[in-house]
Write a protein that binds this ligand. Structure first.
Ligand code: PMP
Ligand code: GLN
Length: 381
């Protein structure tokens, strides 16, 4: 029998809950993906490039036009320069970027600090590289970082810290104080950062997304991972990117070239052209804030307790005051009985710690959100 390298891991919760939603004809607010289509112009561009014959391998590190546009975006938004040729790499989704960055960094026996709850791909990527995940819980209920706990978790073996802002599933958005604290506790140590910033353009209430690369000290040791999936409603295209200083990018590319080698050619050309107009991603904050507000207004009429999310397209709700039921059981029951699928937050903890929280994705049409809210308002415990 094949010996499993991940014996305790099954199929991801996103696949499980989306299938359950389908089986029970429930509204799917579980897996995070937009319930609406991408832009007709972007689709036309892909078609155009396919018809023009851009159908063979793209350059390994990405098409130059797209790398330049990504570098310009970061320069314009955060006033930080990256050399598109050597420091920007286009990959097949942020999942690949995260995996390649972890693989480039983590050696057998290295420790990697993961702040929990955490996106589900981090710990397996660390373990498959022989690393040891060291889990540090975020503060409940606001999911801010407990810097004393992070500091206490650092040892001689710490090689990497995984960062995620805006945060999935909790929506916490890092502040300047968080960046400064991270710099402070890692100063003069050979500790790297993989920063997952796929929700960089979805931040609410006038907050500003602060990437790790905007901090001069952190920038030198950061692999900054992004994705066009959330930004242009194209999660199915799987186009992501990694910005990192040249010495880090060199190692990153050594992994990327043997994971996928290169990423879809016509889509890269189309995205390069589409990125020409910054308003196409700058309006996203407002677009999703309206959906968050609609969803949160409706949630007030339910039995759940919640604080409106600060970023991402996820809203966390608590039912701790209502029931002892396990979050996983409740999520399954709600899918079957009232027809709304969600994600139990315990799946984002290595030990499945159950704080009685559910995650809803509100990246859906307003009519779908209204319908889901109507069902949730009828839910009794
Ligand atoms: N990181 C986080 C926090 C996510 O929510 C997701 C899912 N979009 C990813 C990474 C993976 O992104 P991609 O689909 O581009 O691989
Ligand atoms: N990122 C999405 C979420 O958190 C799902 C991605 C996936 O299905 N792997 O729901």
């Amino acid at each position: 029998m094949i010996g499993s390298k991940l014996p305790d891991i099954g199929t991801t919760i996103f696949t499980v809950m989306s299938k359950l939603a389908l089986d029970y004809n429930a509204i799917n607010l579980s897996q995070g993906f937009p319930g609406f289509d991408t832009y007709p112009y972007l689709k036309d561009l892909v078609e155009e490039f396919i018809n023009q014959g851009y159908n063979q391998y793209a350059p390994m590190s990405g098409v130059p036009e797209l790398k330049s546009r990504i570098a310009s975006k970061v320069l314009n938004l955060h006033d930080v320069e990256f050399d598109p040729e050597d420091e920007v790499t286009v990959v097949s989704g942020a999942t690949e970027a995260l995996y390649a960055a972890v693989t480039a960094t983590v050696r057998r026996g290295d420790e990697v600090i993961i702040l929990e709850p955490a996106y589900d791909s981090y710990a397996p990527a660390v373990r498959l590289n022989g690393g040891i995940p060291v889990f540090v819980p975020l503060n409940i209920p606001d999911f801010s970082v407990d810097w004393q706990k992070v500091k206490d978790a650092i040892t001689e073996k710490t090689r990497l810290i995984m960062v995620n802002t805006p945060h999935n599933p909790c929506g916490y958005v890092w502040t300047q104080e968080d960046l400064d604290q991270l710099a402070e506790i890692t100063r003069d140590k050979e500790i790297y950062f993989v920063s997952d910033e796929v929700y960089e353009h979805i931040v609410f209430d006038g907050r500003k997304h602060l990437p790790l690369l905007s901090h001069p000290e952190l920038r030198e040791k950061t692999f900054s991972c992004g994705s066009f999936g959330k930004t242009f409603h194209i999660t199915g295209w799987k186009i992501g990117y990694c910005l990192a200083p040249k010495p880090l990018s060199v190692e990153f590319r050594k992994i990327h070239q043997f994971l996928t080698f290169s990423t879809s050619t016509p889509m890269q050309y189309a995205l390069a052209e589409f990125l020409e107009d910054p308003s196409r991603y700058l309006f996203l904050d407002q677009f999703y804030q309206e959906k968050r507000d609609l969803f949160c207004n409706g949630l007030k009429q339910t039995a759940f307790r919640f604080t409106p999310t600060r970023g991402s397209f996820f809203q966390i709700v608590s039912y701790a005051h209502l029931s002892e039921e396990r979050d996983y059981d409740l999520a399954v029951r709600m899918t079957k009985e009232i027809g709304v699928a969600s994600i139990p937050v315990s799946v984002f903890y290595h030990d499945n710690k159950d704080h009685k929280l559910l995650r809803f994705c509100f990246a859906k049409g307003n009519d779908i959100l209204e319908e889901a809210l109507g069902k949730l308002q009828k839910l009794t415990f």
